[in-house]
Design a protein around this ligand. Structure first.
Ligand SMILES: [Fe+2]
Length: 244
């Protein structure tokens, strides 16, 4: 589904667009002209539903070149191996994410706990996927006629990065911040409210028009306002509003 001239949402589950597996995060395809960059992989459950949407949205499959992961939670990274198998994409992720995805670490990604609590089906497993490129904070990933800056964003999970495209003023936020300034507050060991607060303060320093979060609606305008709303609650000592 095309959201803007350059960005389509090609997947999203129960907490999002209902386009693909219930367990998928929002999966975005960024049209960078000569190549297509996919942000987050989905869960890997029925990945064909995502692949099909590329064509439906007029995005040539032979241009799919890169997969950028925001963090290692299974709804975002579980499908990486399927993307690599199908398109031979270059997979990029933070060093910590890369470590967990390459080894299929179900403890540090909190998948084992999430599965035990019924968040994922009992038979679901994290399929390991090699990561080709470490996305370090401050570095830029060049893609076609666009660039994506890697922004460290720990809090929701310690390994999170966002990808900021200055040409579009677009933030691919993973689970760092959502519409209405909501956050994704978890009780898992990889969560830190202190880090989350610092991340939101840092994101408030970017000029964000388009906000593409990992769940719920994307914003074609008003990204700055959403981030400011989250930041304001922290500053006032109010508990963040959470999507979960
Ligand atoms: Fe997450």
């Amino acid at each position: 589904m095309r959201l803007t001239e350059r960005v389509c949402v090609i997947g999203g589950g129960g907490l999002g667009y209902g386009l693909s597996s219930y367990y998928d995060c929002n999966v975005y395809a960024l049209d960078a002209g000569s190549e297509i960059v996919v942000v987050d992989a989905g869960s890997g459950i029925e990945p064909e539903r995502l692949f099909r949407r590329l064509e439906e949205d007029g995005l040539p499959e032979n241009k799919v070149s890169k997969l950028l992961l925001t963090h290692a939670h299974a709804d975002h990274a579980g499908g990486a191996a399927a993307w690599k198998r199908r398109y031979g994409v270059e997979v990029a992720a933070s060093a910590a994410t890369a470590d967990m995805v390459a080894s299929g670490d179900e403890i540090r990604t909190s998948l084992a706990a999430a599965r035990a609590s019924g968040t994922y089906p009992p038979s679901y497993r994290l399929v390991p996927c090699p990561v080709d490129r470490i996305a370090r904070a401050g570095e830029t990933v060049a893609a076609g006629d666009l660039t994506l800056q890697v922004v460290a964003a720990p809090g929701h999970s310690f390994d999170m990065v966002c990808y900021y495209c200055p040409e579009l003023k677009a933030l691919f936020a993973g689970d760092a911040v959502f519409a209405e300034g909501k956050l994704a507050v978890l009780g898992t060991p990889d969560f830190s409210m202190g880090d989350y607060r610092a991340t939101i303060a840092a994101l408030a320093g970017l000029d964000v028009r388009e906000l593409y979060p990992g769940h719920g609606p994307a914003l074609a305008v008003g990204g700055n306002e959403a981030i400011a709303a989250a930041e304001r609650r922290f500053r006032r000592g109010e508990p963040p509003l959470s999507i979960v």
